[in-house]
Design a protein around this ligand. Structure first.
Ligand SMILES: Nc1nc2c(ncn2[C@@H]2O[C@H](COP(=O)(O)OP(=O)(O)OP(=O)(O)O)[C@@H](O)[C@H]2O)c(=O)[nH]1
Ligand SMILES: [Mg+2]
Length: 428
């Protein structure tokens, strides 16, 4: 290490000398001020002395720790403190700090140290940030080579909302092909188009439409246990009966649990609609025939595990006897995507016509529902958004789901200005 001592009348002059000889890499190790010359204290002059070097670069780990916590340095001895100062970035060490006093060694050193350590840490942080950004950039490019730079944040928005990568790629490619160079930078425009594109890619909502010929419409709800089939039937019955003024009949084949029948009977009594409880496919047919004047007959089924082939087979024979106009598969959005996909796989043997997504108020990721819709290629008839009967149900607007994805911060607040009636026609 090349140690040199510089003396001058002022700190500024001493620093200039250091800078001139050792250059910008110089590191100040020590400063002091003393009086020199004269006789018996008369005529002496202030001298500022700086000890500096240009050969120090390496920082020991323990010293780094102390730099991160300057108060620990302050507690150290003078000599130790000087040692800590040496690795500081040279430029700030060379900047004059404070007026020259009687003994600057302590104050200048500690000021230099705090200024230097701050600069040093800032530079380090900047470097680390830069490195992380470069790594992320590389990583994301490797993982998503086809996603254009400008649309990457829209793409990541979809992925964060659990839209599958394939679907997100498809959406972004379509959006890109529709936007000019200036529009592609417009975040709002991009979001709108993403929602619109997603909406168009999937079947439009198809809530129940009633026959105008006087024939009863027969709808069966099937699905795994506890997804909300019975509650949804109660919501539908209440809406059609009380809001649409339609004649509604209920049938349940869920006789496995006494509580299940009681649950539906309670709703039937409150809404004031007839309820038939049947034990076999034959009884089911008879029950339907016994309600000839109904606009709508809703059939509640027992929850079936998608892993229980026997019970699914039994359910099939009930459905065969009922010959419903539509079978709606009820899926809880609290399940994850793989559970939903395996459920639709097993229930697809029942010739599903529509999907009802329940528990959107507790959904784990709205985006995955698009993958499910695409996989099943069936329209959503309804979504349910809470336990309240009859209000927490609405037609399954794909547009509303898409807007929930592109504006996740607004969550379930996003609603159509005018949520259509439960029995409305085509809804986007
Ligand atoms: N948070 C929330 N809970 C719901 C919703 N729909 C139904 N539930 C609740 O889910 C639970 C199960 O509802 P059920 O209607 O009994 O479900 P199920 O599919 O008929 O159940 P099983 O007949 O046992 O197969 C109940 O506590 C309902 O209140 C919804 O949209 N949101
Ligand atoms: Mg039930």
């Amino acid at each position: 290490m090349n140690l040199k001592t510089y003396q001058a009348q002022t700190m500024a002059q001493a620093l200039a000398a250091v800078r001139r000889e050792l250059g910008k890499d110089a590191v100040i190790l020590h400063t002091r001020t003393f009086r020199k010359g004269g006789f018996l204290g008369l005529g002496s002059k202030n001298v500022v002395e700086i000890t500096a070097t240009s050969g120090v670069n390496v920082l020991h780990p323990t010293e780094k720790r102390e730099l991160l916590n300057p108060s620990s340095v302050r507690r150290n001895s003078h000599t130790q403190m000087e040692r800590k100062i040496s690795p500081m970035p040279p430029r700030s060490a060379l900047e004059p700090s404070g007026p020259a006093g009687r003994d600057h060694s302590e104050s200048i050193s500690s000021t230099n140290r705090s200024v230097s350590s701050k600069d040093y840490l800032q530079q380090e942080l900047k470097l680390v940030k830069q490195m992380v950004q470069e790594l992320l950039q590389q990583n994301r490019k490797q993982q998503h080579p086809s996603v254009p730079e400008e649309l990457f944040s829209a793409y990541m928005g979809l992925i964060n909302q659990e839209v599958t990568r394939e679907l997100a790629n498809e959406v972004i490619e379509k959006v890109r092909s529709q936007l000019g160079p200036s529009q592609i930078m417009d975040d709002i425009k991009v979001r709108e188009l993403v929602a619109e594109t997603l909406t168009k890619m999937l079947p439009a909502a198809e809530p129940i439409t009633l026959e105008t010929t006087g024939k009863s419409k027969i709808i069966a709800l099937v699905g795994p246990t506890g997804v909300g089939k019975t509650t949804t039937i109660a919501k539908l019955a209440a809406n059609f009966k009380l809001r649409e003024n339609k004649a509604v009949g209920l049938i349940t084949i869920d006789t496995y649990r006494i509580a299940a029948v009681d649950q539906l009977r309670t709703y039937a009594n409150i809404i004031n609609v007839p309820l038939r409880v049947v034990l076999s496919p034959e009884e089911l047919r008879q029950a339907i025939d016994s309600m000839p004047n109904m606009d709508l007959i809703l059939i509640d089924t027992a929850g079936r595990s998608q892993n229980d082939d026997l019970k699914l087979h039994e359910l099939k024979s009930f459905l065969h006897a009922a010959a419903p106009d539509e079978i709606h598969l009820v899926l809880s959005t609290t399940a994850n995507q793989s559970v939903l996909l395996s459920t639709i796989k097993r229930f697809s043997s029942l010739n599903i016509d529509h999907i009802i997504f329940t528990k959107l108020d507790e959904a784990v990721g709205v985006g995955m529902l698009f993958g499910v819709m695409k996989k099943l290629n069936r329209a959503v008839s309804y979504i349910t958004t809470g336990q309240n009967v009859p209000e927490d149900i609405e037609p399954g607007s794909v547009g509303r789901l898409a807007r929930m994805i592109v504006h996740p911060q607004k969550g379930s607040e996003i609603s159509d200005d005018n949520i259509p009636s439960i029995a409305a026609g085509e809804i986007l």
